[in-house]
Write a protein that binds this ligand. Structure first.
Ligand code: SF4
Length: 734
């Protein structure tokens, strides 16, 4: 089956439901000021965009003597309206991190020894361009794989396409949101994107399934969540752990891990059996109801109780609460959803539940994106790759979104040489050994390469395996392509512009990509001389100019977030039938379950616990543990163990233990937290700790790395997403 779920739909930018684009009146747009200046006047505060995580809040950077001394929230930014989280406030800590990469580095020792010599940018770029030309001539451009992350990577992505490789893959797909986007797209014709358009502030009932809002903090989301609860919204928290959100919940359902689909099917059963669905909405917008109804008839709450260990009465009661609150029920779709390998089907089940409640496109449910026009450059045709993608997207993983790729598929291809040898990796802005499971395989794959290049701000773990390291400027020192967020009630365009000159020898990504393009004779794909010219072109159809956007940081547009805002003709769905597809013909065509079905997860061997993991409010992935201010707030993680487990294992609160997985891989020592707030079949770690780069002097060896213990994955056959909650740990013997 042709996979037509595009990057645009993944990012939630689809012009779905036929809504027209919005435009603003044009204003004059003279030249943009250089960093720290407005015309000829020094300015104190530069508006830019945070990148301490990927929520893209607006920041004002205070500049004194050309130095950024403080950041605060931009009150005029539609996303965060002046608020920053702890990480956002700690942004100068990244800028002034003494461990930053300061100059290009060329390997001198054996790969993996981590010995480098500093080189000039000319030397570094000549070396890289020379190697890329040689690889293209000898092995074809497809032999080079690109692993991007974040908005800044877009310039490099253009370069890689122009070079001729189709092999680009981001962990935000196969290690995070991919199956969710595909599951919702199959149902509603569009994904959710980021930020997730969940109408938390208007909801009468919020349903969180494994989403621990409050520990996972994004400013606007947490504000909307708190507002909704303060206005009286009820909360159902489904989580094997008594999370912060569970502590605020009206119903905490400590589910047996891996059985969420059974719960979702039982909820559907009650909604249909007790006539609690939004019948009018389903009649107007949905197809496949009768098939769904007969599918879920056998999945009673009593059936689900035996699987989920949630009492049938509670399942019934919570389904009835949803039926009562509909359509203002915000079933949060989650963000990191790659858990058990059946994740696309779980996302489908969540999407179907949302549809039964009539919550998609309705106040208090999931709101709709509003398209924003954008300009583009008239580029030469990108070369057509002569060989298929190596990651299996569209083939081995039929529903993977090709433009986002399957990281683990590229690692598989590098290891096997199938469908052809991968000879080089370029890794931009991510710590692969913490963001992609089975890190030992990743290291093994790197061993097969002729060339490994890392572009980053900090000396993350994989750097010791690099042949060439390129130090990128931080988000406070560089321009990035504008952020265009359509999945907001007031859609907006924001810009990341430099508040100061790059420190040391670091350079912005756009400059590195352009300089490489020159050396590869691909300058035609970068037909602009300055970032300001680039921005001006993108903004052209909006009527705003680069100068206005740079001075304000963001400009918002009117939104049409609800179906009722749109003309009847615009209330169709981008599926084959034009309806919400409860029964998926697209899945049936490829031999997959057209309606979600529960399959039992792999169970822990005797004496082991399932390793589950999550976020802390003061850290982002594995990116922030070296930050002085954030380290002061949380310098290591703890392993959560149930009181009964701690007793059985003979360990006590605060004791440091080493965790060992089924394959015998051991963690670094981690403190024990003994609690009644976790099921006795699970152990929980906050992600991102236990890093092994000695060059990160604060982060090194603090706590335990959950990713290092992920020796196994359960791969989603539809998308290639790596289910990671299939690893089991126990306390290692001394
Ligand atoms: S949520 Fe926090 S870290 Fe993320 S972009 Fe916003 S302020 Fe920055």
């Amino acid at each position: 089956m042709k996979n037509d779920i595009t990057r645009r739909r993944f990012l939630g930018t689809a012009a779905t439901l036929g809504a027209g684009a919005v435009a603003a009146p044009a204003v004059a747009s003279p030249r943009v000021h250089p960093p720290g200046w407005s015309g000829t006047a020094r300015v104190d505060k530069i508006a830019t965009t945070c990148e301490m995580c990927f929520w893209r809040c607006g920041v004002l950077a205070s500049v004194e003597g050309g130095k950024v001394v403080r950041v605060e929230g931009n009150p005029d930014h539609p996303q965060n309206q002046g608020r920053l989280c702890a990480r956002g406030n700690a942004g100068t800590g990244l800028l002034h991190d003494p461990d930053r990469l300061k100059t290009p580095l060329l390997r001198v020792g054996e790969r993996g020894e981590g010995r480098f010599k500093p080189v000039s940018w000319d030397e570094a770029l000549d070396f890289l361009a020379g190697r890329l030309v040689k690889l293209r001539d000898e092995h074809g451009p497809e032999s080079v794989a690109f692993f991007p992350h974040g908005n800044g990577a877009r310039f490099f992505a253009t370069l890689m396409r122009a070079y001729g490789t189709p092999n680009s893959a981001e962990p935000s797909f196969a290690q995070c949101r991919g199956p969710r986007e595909v599951g919702y797209s199959l149902t509603f014709g569009q994904g959710l994107g980021s930020p997730e358009p969940v109408d938390l502030e208007e909801a009468r009932l919020v349903v969180l399934i494994g989403s621990h809002l409050g520990e996972n903090v994004f400013t606007s989301q947490i504000t909307a969540f708190a507002t909704g609860l303060a206005r009286g919204a009820k909360l159902i928290a489904v989580d094997p752990r008594f999370s912060l959100a569970a502590s605020k919940a009206d119903w905490w359902l400590p589910i047996r891990p891996g059985t969420d689909i059974a719960l979702l099917l039982a909820w559907m059963n009650v909604l249909i059996a007790e006539d609690l669905c939004d019948k009018e909405y389903l009649k107007t917008y949905a197809s496949g109801f009768d098939r769904l109804a007969s599918h879920v008839r056998e999945f009673t709450p009593e059936w689900a109780e035996a699987i989920t260990e949630i009492p049938a009465a509670k399942i019934r009661e919570t389904a009835q609460a949803m039926g009562k609150a509909k359509p203002a029920v915000a079933v949060h779709p989650g963000r990191h959803v790659t858990w058990y390998g059946d994740d696309t089907q779980r996302a489908r089940a969540m999407a179907i539940l949302t549809a039964l409640l009539g919550s998609w496109g309705r106040k208090g449910g999931i709101f709709l994106p509003t398209p924003i026009p954008r300009g583009s450059f008239d580029l030469p045709d990108f070369p057509e790759p002569k060989r298929e993608r190596a990651d299996g997207a569209g083939k081995r993983f039929p529903l993977a979104i090709e433009e986002l790729g399957v990281t683990n598929g590229l690692i598989d291809a590098t290891l096997s040489g199938d469908p052809y040898p991968i000879k080089a990796w370029i890794v931009y802005g991510q710590n692969m050994l913490e963001s992609i499971p089975q890190p030992a395989r990743t290291v093994e794959a790197i061993g097969k390469l002729d060339l490994m290049v890392v572009v980053d701000v900090l000396p993350v773990e994989q750097i010791k395996y690099a042949d060439l390291v390129l130090p990128e400027a931080t988000y406070l020192e560089r321009y990035d392509p504008p952020t265009i967020v359509e999945s907001a009630k007031r859609p907006f365009i924001a810009v990341r512009s430099p508040a100061c000159e790059p420190l040391y020898e670091s350079k912005p990504g756009w400059w590195i990509a352009k300089e490489l393009a020159k050396r590869l004779k691909l300058e035609a794909f970068f037909p602009w001389d300055t970032p300001e010219q680039h921005l001006e072109k993108i903004l052209k159809p909006t009527g705003f100019g680069a100068r206005e956007l740079v001075s304000r940081g963001a400009v918002a547009f009117p939104g049409k977030p609800y179906l009722e805002d749109r003309a009847p003709v615009d209330r169709t769905f981008d599926t084959a039938s034009g309806k919400i597809e409860l029964y998926s013909e697209a899945l049936a065509k490829i031999g997959a379950d057209p309606l979600p079905r529960y399959t039992p997860p792999v169970e822990p061997p005797k004496g082991f616990l399932r390793l589950i993991y999550g976020r802390a409010p003061v850290h982002s992935f594995a990116r922030s543990q070296n930050n002085e201010a954030l380290d002061a707030l949380m310098s290591e993680n703890e392993v959560w163990l149930a009181t009964s487990v701690a007793r059985d294992w003979g360990v006590t609160e605060g004791q440091r233990i080493v965790l060992e997985n089924v394959e015998g891989v051991k963690s670094s020592p981690v403190r024990v937290k003994v609690t009644e707030g976790i099921r006795s079949d699970c152990a929980y770690l906050v992600h991102g700790f236990g890093q092994q780069s000695r060059a990160l002097r604060r982060a090194f060896g603090r706590g335990a790395s959950d990713n290092s213990l992920m020796s196994r994955v359960s791969v989603d056959p539809l998308t290639g997403g790596t289910g990671m909650r299939v690893n089991f740990v126990r306390a290692a013997r001394a």
